[in-house]
Design a protein around this ligand. Sequence first.
Ligand SMILES: [Fe+2]
Ligand SMILES: [Fe+2]
Length: 292
Amino acid sequence: MAQAITPVDLTITPRDRRFGRGMRITTVENGRWWMGGDPIATAFYNALSSIFPKGEAFFVESVRAHREGASPKLAGEIKAFVTQEVMHTREHVAFNRRVNEAGYDISRLEAAVDDRLALLNGKPPIASLAATMALEHFTAILAHELLADPRHLAGADAESAALWRWHAIEEIEHKGVAYDTWMHATKDWPRFKRWKVKAKVMLLVTRNFVVDRTRGTLALLEQDGLSGPRIWARFAWFALGSPGMMRKVLRLWASYFMPGFHPWTHDDRALIADAERDLGGQGPERTKFVIA
Ligand SMILES: [Fe+2]
Ligand SMILES: [Fe+2]
C-alpha cells in the first residue's frame, strides 16, 4: 500500500463562528436535555464537551512544542490547527456554561482531565505529542461518524447541532496535523520504534478515553437522579447499539495500527463539503480570527 499523505490541495480554514449566544433555556429540550429530551445522549455529549477546553489546550501545546524545523506547508497547517482548536475551546466554554446553567456541575469531569494530563508530567514532550496524535485520531473518527450519520444529532436543538457539526468539520480538516508533526519530530527514529510507541500510546489513550467518558456520562446522569443497572444498560445500548457511535468507529480506530497508516489514508473531505452546505454561510471570507 502506498503511504498516504495529507492532500496537497487541502486547506485548513478556521471558521470564526459563534453558537448559542444569548440562547435562553425555555424547555427541557433546549436546556437540561438538549439532545431531543434524551438524558443519555445529552449526558454523553455534555461529558465530551466538558473535557474539550483543557484537552484542546493540551493538544495545541504538544503540537507547538515540536514545530521547529517543520516545512513551510506543515508550519502553516500547525498555525491553522492552533487557530481552529482555540476557537473550539471558546465555543465549548460557552456551551459548557449552558450545561452549568441547565443545572449540571462538570467540575469533577474537568478535574479528571487534569489528573490524566498530570500523568505526562516528567515524561519527555514527545509522549504528549504521541497522546495528542492518538486523541486527534479519536476525534477525527468521532467527527466522521457524527457527520456521516444524521441520526446522531437528529434530536439536538439547531444551535447545539450546528456547534457540533462545525467542530466535526474542522476536526476532519486538521486530522493530519498532529500526525505529520509526529512524523517530523521522529524522523530519525527507526520505523518499528515509531510504530511501537504509536500503538502503545493509542491502546492506553483508548482505555482511558472509554473509562473516563463512561464515568463522566454516568456521573452527569446521576445528577439527573438516573443511576443503576438499567441506566448503565441504556448507556451501553446508546454507545454500542443504536445509534452506536463507539461501535461504528471501531473499524477506523483499528486502521491506526496498520503499517503505513496516515489519517488521510481515508479521505473523507466529501463529508466536510456536505456539512458546510448544511451549516450555511461558510468560507474563507468568514475567517477573521487568526493567531500569529
Ligand atoms: Fe477541536
Ligand atoms: Fe483537533
